[in-house]
Design a protein. Sequence first.
Lengths: 394, 197
Amino acid sequence: MFRAFQYFWSLLFLLLASAAFASPLLDRLPQQPLIPPGYAPSPSDAKDLRGLWMEMTEAEKTLRRSPLIVDDESLNAYVKGVACRVVHNYCDDLRVYVVRNPSFNASIAPNGLMLVHTGLLIRMNSSDQLASVLSHEFVHYAQTHSLQLLRKAKRNFAIGTFVSLFGVPAIFAFTSVLKFNRDQETDADELGAYYAAAAGYAPEAGSTIWHLLEEEEDNASAKRPKGPQFLSSHPKSKARAAKLAAVAERITSEANQLNVEQRSTSHADPLLGVLQKHYSLLMDEQVQQRDAGRLLTLLERHEALGIRPADVAFYRGEAYRVRGGVNDAKLAIAAYRRAIEAENNNPNALRELGYLEYKHGSKETAEGYFRAFLDLVPNASDREMIELYLEGGW
Amino acid sequence: MAKRLLMVWIIGLAGCTSTQFAALSPGTVKVQGLTVEAADASWNKAPRMLTPHLHKGSQLWTRDGPLLDYMVLIPDVEDGETLFKSRSKSLVYPSYRKGMLPNEIIEVVESSLAKLSGNNVVVTSAGLRPYKLGNQRALMFDLELVDAEGPRRKGRAVIFVEDEQLYVMMYVATSLYYFDKHWESALATMNSAKIAG
């Protein structure tokens, strides 16, 4: 039944969908979308398809109330804006939610519910890279990958029973436990690069992301286990980056033939403003992961991107403090001091300097930092503890 | 015949490994190198099978079920050890290090709880303050645990260091109703903590 449904839509909307896109580049798509813009299941569709759609719609109602959704208007407008640009006339079919989670991840459900982790945003160096990820996710939706995945999941699990002792909700458990297969991922990479390029984003950004992830992994203090490539649902970073680079080259050549203009990235990228506005939220989550290698890698990129020097210096201090090696206390102290030099009255840097000086340096110097901190934040939640330090009582 | 033997083997296994919560009698309970008093008969100890992430000797108690309230007692954490047991190579919990300052220890607790949930719960701590457990110098701080769907949870922890070993006692419950309902009883248990002689 579903095959018939797929076939029907493929035929009927092949031309309609491609005609609806503005860019001639999308006529060159190796596969056209299997579902049309504005699609919603009708009574004639397969029962399980309607059921899955309904389940996801119910899950989305709960998700909307979730305290983990970042509801900042400018952040959502930016992410949704990039998504809409790459999906063109499918914009109204997608609902994009930015979710507080430090891991690099984005996912999409068959009803167009897209989740973007804050841990992904903090790893983006340009809107081109975000466009690459979002267009990749869109392909999973447009080619009904997530529906196929959900069908497989329905056969193997009872969706909705992923709730653990610590309350991991079904939709998050679903997206983190179940993975697309490698063919679907490869298709999403290739088609996604077309969608991004058609919207004027640099198609090579997808390849860059995987190089950056590989670099972060190499620098990580705690390495993730690496298995043989054939066991992984996702192709490994290096192989994936190479494949994406080849796709980007092909697309660029096709775009040149078709005289498709690329968006200029020489002007200020709105990503910087978005990251800067939410920098503490995004970076505190990363600090909590306590992986200094990853933190320092991110900070090097943020410095190059133009994040405020005081912020970069403060989080460098955090990274050294977390690493806790022989010379790291000194490095952390120097970094926190740079944060204060770059921006007077940085209370967090003052407090950390107080603690570090107390532990590794001079109690008198620590006292000065603690007093400066309490002057700035008289209602600090750890005031009682700091006062104890000031009295020399710990 | 083979099926019957398999059944007998499974039943035997089930008998060896309890999956039931055990009601605690009021009185002294030994938690590895720590003793605490169960203030009344309402606490139930979780079986090991349901708490595989707990480190050696740790115990999880609850009154109305762990989705509503629980108290975790983590004794004898030595230099370089973690608060929870990792069951995957990709999950690396932060370690306790001797000589850590109180603010560093609460960061370890906060990070461990966040990682325990697979980072699906946002954990924040606040209100670090000195606390006295009899003659024992200790610390108390508050926790907030927010997940995507469930009710908000509140926690309060008491920690102390003795002979360079860390002891953590944490009570976590839904902010609405259950935290206040059992906090006094949880605190009474924490206040009774003594290093086992």
